[in-house]
Design a protein around this ligand. Sequence first.
Ligand code: GLN
Ligand code: ZN
Length: 769
Amino acid sequence: MTTRTAAAAARATVYGYPRQGRNRELKKAIEGYWKGRVSADSLRTTAAGLRAGNWRQLADAGLHEVPTGDFSYYDHVLDTTVMVGAIPARHRAAVAADALDGYFAMARGTQDVAPLEMTKWFDTNYHYLVPELGPDTVFAADSTKQVGEFTEALALGHTPRPVLVGPITYLLLAKPAPGVPAGFDPLTLLDRLLPVYAEVLADLRAAGAEWVQLDEPALVQDRTPAELNAAERAYRDLGALTDRPKLLIASYFDRLGAALPMLAKAPVDGLALDFTESAAANLDDLAAAGGLPGKRLVAGVVNGRNIWANDLEQSLARLGTLLALADRVDVAASCSLLHVPLDAAAEHGIQPQIRRWLAFAVQKTAEVATLAKGLTHGTGTITAELAANRADLASRAASPITRDPAVRARAAAVTAADTRRAQPYAERSAAQRAHLDLPLLPVTTIGSFPQTTELRTARADLRAGRIDATAYEDRITAEIREVISFQEKAGLDVLVHGEPERNDMVQYFAEQLTGYLATQHGWVQSYGTRYVRPPILAGDLSRREPMTVRWTRYAQSLTDRPVKGMLTGPVTMLAWSFVRDDQPLADTARQVALALRDEVNDLERAGTSVIQVDEPALRETLPLRAAERAAYLAWATEAFRLTTGGVRPDTQIHTHMCYAEFGDIVQAIDDLDADVISLEAARSHMQVARELAAHGYPREAGPGVYDIHSPRVPSTEEAAALLRTGLEAIPPERLWVNPDCGLKTRGWPETRASLENLVAAARTVREEL
Ligand code: GLN
Ligand code: ZN
């Protein structure tokens, strides 16, 4: 293979790096600071040490430019809020009294003041703090953090490139501040915001920055002409500044679409684009726009958000094509490496051969550096790397882990009938009514009961060998007895076993399915100091043996009331894992669905009349571009129906969703063909009940009447009032009474009191019918 040599040497870079450190030192330091055990100075020292370590690691790996400003004590969008001075009125006193404490108050709230709202960063599992803006917002530049980190890296001998959230994305991610009418459009503040960015850019220039990166991922979503015009104006104005560094506008997570030709013509100095599979259209679109003559193109060819080793030859070919389109082509990961764990080499629990299939942040950095070297000096200079990469990819493709003929044959044999229940909803509903004999407004929960310290300790003890499997099971069965006995006494109608045996709703199943790899250190920031360790769905997937049946059967043996079986649905299993990239997601979903279908059928056979398949991630996995949504929803809902399609008509299938607005997916919720759905609704005053009604949703529903995100106990009257609101949209024969979500993060005292109040509320409202 031959590669044209670039006119200018290709440089290697990334847009951001995991913040936490090898042993999650940042988490420990911040939580220590919150508890008063770590001083502010010591926290700052730890943070500076982590930044210096990251930059060193990047430079040693061969990166030419290191990102700065991507580090954060909590969240980079909150850092941007500080940078532009958009501190909400309720936090100003705290910020003025102490910048660091005020910062954490905005992130987490205090006894008296609510935090900023938190929501998902595009379609990742990272959460950012939502800026609150209004017509009275006054911006003021504060470049302390950006300039400080830039200067730090410069002093350490690096070539730093500050990375900022761009002004358009910042405004598009914002919401109206409390008290501001919902119709307020934050984009109207653009003219006020741009001078602040100009000031920060000037400060960075004065500190010595040659390039500054402005991230505009919001432009990969469908945008109105007005929004695109705003972006065009923003970059025309920023580009026209005289006292500024060179500007690199970055986008990622998808193709830029209509924004691409506009940004290509903007008076800025370079574009950073995603060129991974899912954004491949960027290549043709860039060519159609006439390329970037005279400008810098940063090509994100290494997937920054999944964990598979790159196909280096394929990337080199892509980079070769791009050389014709820009003055200078540099190599990068497609997005910040914030979304992947730090180092695959630390995974000693994974066989070395399989470990070589994986690329976490450290490995991706090496890939980027190798590609830049090959692009600049020719592939002859990276023959060893290419040979090793080819061998690793071949080993992965040929492995019995990735190809299980039995699993493939079964998935290929799925028929439309498998994805449909034998009877239509109306007939099933009558059969279930007769079979279950529930009162009107039946009371149930979402599945988990408090995960107490004793339960977590028992699991840790089992792992460490301090207790044996029998002792662990005794702990679990004791907990199930307590959970069942409480629910019977409190008067719930459909009981649960409480999920005490589950560490996490995805990991628990992943550990019992073939095709999944578990990591020991694969931590990824979810928000603030919370990190998750997503399992890796690496291969063809099947169930070794029943996964939940014994616990549900045991719980059912303790009571005459129905005990609901609890499973995590196929879409959520994918959404909260790293998924394989060697076949369409739809195919992987079908394999998961078949494994879960066996579990559903086994639960039914064991005497379970109500089975819940949770899909909290259905909404969040929705593609960023509307054009791709129908295809996604088609396979996602089919996977759910394949999971649940094999049961008798009188077995009642429930599903559950949370963390979202549901307005735009009501049709998909209907397409699941579940008999009952429970949804988060308490904080939005049953909004979802009205949305379901407006759609003509024909099934039973339980909009949550208890906000489980807070230790607050809802009163009987409050829950009853929410039920009455629910009844305005959903008739009594179809309304359920339940909390918003599982109770695992709650303590027992508030759980007891709240559920007792829910039962009392249901009784009160039943009387009124
Ligand atoms: N059944 C799960 C639980 O109760 C559902 C959790 C979720 O929706 N996130 O914990
Ligand atoms: Zn939930």
